[in-house]
Design a protein around this ligand. Structure first.
Ligand code: MHO
Length: 228
């Protein structure tokens, strides 16, 4: 299989300016980062993407020694989701609870899919350790050394496999903006059946045409919590 040559740098994505949908505008305030390994990364990308306070998600690789890992040459890395979140709306502790509920942390997995909290500072590490201390889990807590963004075709995977929505979104977003967009992040979760469909109804900022909103709803019910 041909190697994806359009891999984007994290910085490029974080600073990309989405242009059209209203819901994307207020993104310039300070956001926090959280990184979790919890199995195949398509699932947490969607699972976290619908939560209030999550501004965007990105999937990638972390935790190993190998430089510049790719999906097909992963080395000793683990698949992870990287969240940009607004700490005034959702606390790290709540993210940890979602993390623990969003996969089976008691199950030993191979390196690619292991259960791991990658902390970006000592406060996160302490919170994570305190939370799992009394639990019967295999989850490890490790400092995040490097995060390698995964190939574009892994980002917002569920949505990228929804052609009708995808073609409309591609008219609006280039790839960095697409990955960073809160709208796209939410939609990727909804089409995988996560979140509260009533919240979606209330989201007037999404700016999607009626037909496409119907598509999202249909997929939401059909795909209820689809996982890898
Ligand atoms: N079973 C999945 C895993 C994908 S993943 C991003 C597949 O190969 O289709 O690890």
């Amino acid at each position: 299989m041909q190697r994806d040559t359009t891999i984007l740098e994290t910085d490029m994505v974080d600073s990309a300016e989405p242009d059209e949908f209203e819901h994307d505008t207020a993104q310039n305030e300070d956001l926090n980062v959280a990184v979790f390994g919890m199995g195949c990364f398509w699932t947490p990308d969607a699972y976290f993407g619908v939560r209030e306070g999550i501004r965007s998600t990105m999937v990638g690789y972390a935790g190993g020694e190998k430089e510049d890992p790719t999906y097909h040459a992963l080395g000793d890395h683990t698949e992870v989701v990287r969240l940009l979140y607004d700490a005034d709306t959702i606390e790290y502790d709540e993210l940890l609870d979602l993390f623990l509920r969003g996969h089976d942390p008691s199950r030993q997995q191979k390196t690619q899919y292991r259960s791991v909290v990658f902390s970006v500072d000592e406060t996160q590490a302490e919170k994570a350790r305190a939370k799992i201390e009394s639990m019967n889990v295999v989850t490890s807590v490790e400092p995040l050394d490097a995060f390698y963004m995964a190939e574009n075709y892994h980002q917002k995977y569920r949505l990228q496999h929804t052609p009708s929505l995808q073609s409309r979104l591609k008219e609006v977003y280039d790839m960095p903006s697409y990955i960073r967009s809160t709208t796209v992040t939410r939609l990727n979760g909804y089409v995988a059946g996560w979140g509260d469909i009533d919240t979606f109804e209330d989201m007037d900022g999404l700016g999607l045409e009626k037909g496409l909103r119907e598509t999202v709803k249909k997929l939401y019910f059909r795909n209820k919590h689809v996982s890898c």
